[in-house]
Design a protein around this ligand. Structure first.
Ligand SMILES: [Zn+2]
Length: 84
C-alpha cells in the first residue's frame, strides 16, 4: 500500500511509539499499532489506536494551551471562539 500522505513511501505494519509535537512541546504516544510510511514516517493507525491517538493528542493540546496561556485580548478571543 502506498502512503496517502507523501504518495511515495510504502506502508509497513508495525507497533511504535509516536512522537507528537504541539506548539513546540512534545509527547511520546506509546505503542501505536498501524501502518507506518518508510519515506515520510507518517502513520495510518488502526481504528482502535486511532481513537486513543486522537484523544491523547487533544488532551495534550489542551494541557499545552493551559501551560502557555496568554492573557492578551487576542488569545482570550481565540479561546472563546474555539469550542471543545
Ligand atoms: Zn509517506
Amino acid at each position: 500500500m502506498t502512503c496517502p500522505y507523501c504518495g511515495r513511501g510504502t506502508l509497513v505494519r508495525d507497533t511504535r511509539d509516536i512522537p507528537y509535537v504541539y506548539r513546540g512541546e512534545s509527547v511520546l504516544i506509546e505503542k501505536v499499532t498501524g501502518r507506518f510510511c518508510d519515506a515520510c514516517n507518517e502513520v495510518v493507525p488502526d481504528d482502535m489506536d486511532a481513537q486513543r491517538l486522537i484523544k491523547t493528542m487533544l488532551k495534550f493540546n489542551k494541557k499545552v494551551d493551559i501551560e502557555k496561556q496568554c492573557a492578551c485580548v487576542m488569545c482570550a478571543q481565540n479561546k472563546e471562539g474555539t469550542p471543545e
